[in-house]
Design a binder for this molecule. Sequence first.
Ligand code: IPD
Length: 265
Amino acid sequence: MKSYQTLVEAAKTLAIEAARLVSSSQKRDFSMTSKSSINDIVTDVDKAAEAFLIERISTLFPDDSIVAEEGGTRSGTSGIYWVLDPIDGTTNFIYDFPSYSVSIGVKEGDNTVAGAVFNIAEDTLYWAGTGLGSFKDQERIHVRERVPIENSLIGTGFGYTAARRTAQAKYLSTLIGDVRDIRRAGAASLDLCYVAEGRLDGYYESGLWPWDYAAASLIVREAGGIVLGPTSDLPTAELTVAASNLELATFLKDRVLPFLPFADG
Ligand code: IPD
């Protein structure tokens, strides 16, 4: 059985290596194809970074399982799952808009036990391990001190289909008047890390994938924050909420829940 520390160190190293591959490809011509809608893009850089990570993990931990955004999977026997987003914020990567990451979560059962999110534009690594705390590079990070909901800065994101975005705009309209302001930076893993380090008070989104939130949900928790899903403290694809405090997390969850599930799945 590997220790959480071993998994954390491996996740950190792999995130740094994959981030180097991604950033060195930023200035070259890369190919793009569409996925769920014409605006849901994958580049050959996403695919190359994912192939690199799968190859490395398969060599280092041959008994572990892997699930990754661009379709890579591997079935292992150890009960440990690596959940990979080779580029979270691909649209930002394409535009050179400075919010995109490599996100690596390591799960044991339902729980993430190690996580690393490399913020490529800022050249910084967020990381955490169960019981080990959350860090940005070498510095311990903490969520922001609790403020009233009306003074809370909230991040969110939108999906790729018109039906989903229209629904998301509807529930956004039920809360935007009750908080300080809304930010949409374009990479869910980093939005969650921003909650962990106090750049945001809270964040919510419906329609994420496990690779968007696996690593960073642990980083929020280990930084003293709250993470919720629709029915428990497990974030899900249907709803992921994070906040510096339970009151704000519950407020965000309660505003979104009446709109779920989405008609488009
Ligand atoms: C997307 C980003 C975005 C969020 C979307 C995700 P991708 O991931 O995290 O911020 O709003 O829901 O799908 O497609 O760039 O890996």
